[in-house]
Design a protein around this ligand. Structure first.
Ligand SMILES: Nc1ncnc2c1ncn2[C@@H]1O[C@H](COP(=O)(O)OP(=O)(O)OP(=O)(O)O)[C@@H](O)[C@H]1O
Ligand SMILES: [Mg+2]
Length: 317
């Protein structure tokens, strides 16, 4: 089945055994080859919508439709096969590196080239480069001393590689960059932009800078749709999305200003610092810790004091 459109049509849902309505009368569409970002505070129901789409649970009211047909009318296997999904809590497997990728699409027969491409596209290339036995390296040291243990962010990259490896017509990503460092996150979204051309995409993200990848943004709050529109429309509307966006922007601005102020204070302090450098005075250590010039200033110190500060290590972190 080729997924072209996805529609949530007046969907309500409570997890079995709980009385709490997690989703209430939710309706929105992801059009053909459209990219939609789901945004909302923790617990607003984003991941639950994805679980309903894959029929991990069935809706209590309303319907989820693919290409206009209620998903309960498709064979479960066909439905799930048509998506490539990255889950927020994707597990890692105690298999080797190759198997950790190919498990996503066991019917593919194009060998290691496709596996390696998926690994590099997801930003996990450095894992492969370090792997003592290449794709045969076990991702555990339990059975093999040559095995590798990975960090949370590295496992996330591998899970994304699995998502990229799987052939699909629709891509679903639930918080794909939550554990990634800023560079990996930047590269991931560049890659996703390329990778998802001509595909129907639904993704969630708390990092609103990534949301610019989407054609449309749907904001959920307490299981209800609060806003639905393009990023520009929602920013102009001045509602919840604009508020969340402003928080992130203000934080970024504050960080930028702080760096700028440090620069200013360094400029103002320059004459004092010059004297301290010439005297090699201990308070200088504190001051360079608080300036963005600490490395360049370090070079102007006598080697003896430089070593002392380097031994102090944490002063520079
Ligand atoms: N298996 C479950 N059983 C019962 N309640 C659940 C279950 N999974 C999630 N919930 C509840 O459903 C609500 C929505 O959870 P969901 O995981 O969809 O939120 P989310 O928007 O994805 O949040 P986050 O931003 O933290 O990922 C929450 O109140 C949560 O406690
Ligand atoms: Mg979630």
């Amino acid at each position: 089945m080729t997924v072209e459109t996805i529609a949530f049509d007046h969907v309500s849902f409570a997890y079995p055994g709980t009385g709490k309505q997690v989703l209430q009368d939710v309706s929105f569409q992801v059009g053909k080859h459209e990219r939609v970002a789901l945004v909302g505070l923790n617990g607003s129901g984003k991941s639950t919508l994805i679980k309903l789409l894959l029929r991990l649970y069935d809706v209590n009211k309303g319907a989820v439709r693919i290409n206009g047909t209620d998903i309960r009318e498709y064979r479960l296997q066909d439905l799930r096969r048509s998506f490539s999904v990255y889950f927020q809590d994707d597990p890692s497997y105690r298999f080797n590196l190759r198997e950790n990728i190919t498990i996503a699409d066991m019917e593919r027969e194009d060998g290691d080239t496709a596996v390696i491409r998926a690994i590099r596209d997801s930003g996990a290339g450095e894992i492969l480069d370090r792997a003592p036995a290449g794709l045969d390296t076990f991702l555990t040291r339990l059975f093999d001393n040559q095995g590798m243990e990975l960090s949370g962010g590295q496992y996330q990259k591998l899970a994304l590689a699995r998502t990229f490896y799987r052939r699909h017509s629709a891509l679903i990503l639930d918080e794909p960059s939550s554990n990634l460092d800023p560079r990996a996150e930047h590269n991931l979204f560049l890659c996703l932009d390329r990778f998802s051309q001509g595909k129907t995409v639904l993704f969630t993200s708390h990092r609103l800078t990534n949301v610019s990848l989407a054609n449309r943004v749907v904001v959920l709050e307490n299981g209800r749709i609060l806003e639905d529109g393009t990023q520009e429309e929602l920013l102009a509307h001045g509602g919840r999305y604009a508020e969340l966006f402003r928080y992130q922007q203000e934080r970024f601005q504050a960080e930028t200003n702080r760096a700028g102020n440090n620069r200013l204070s360094y400029d103002r302090c320059r004459p004092v610092l010059q004297i301290m450098i010439s005297l090699q005075s201990p308070p200088f250590v504190q001051i360079i810790y608080n300036t963005p010039y600490r490395l360049s200033l370090l070079h102007s110190l006598k080697p003896s004091l430089r070593n002392l500060i380097i031994c102090g290590g944490s002063l520079f972190c």
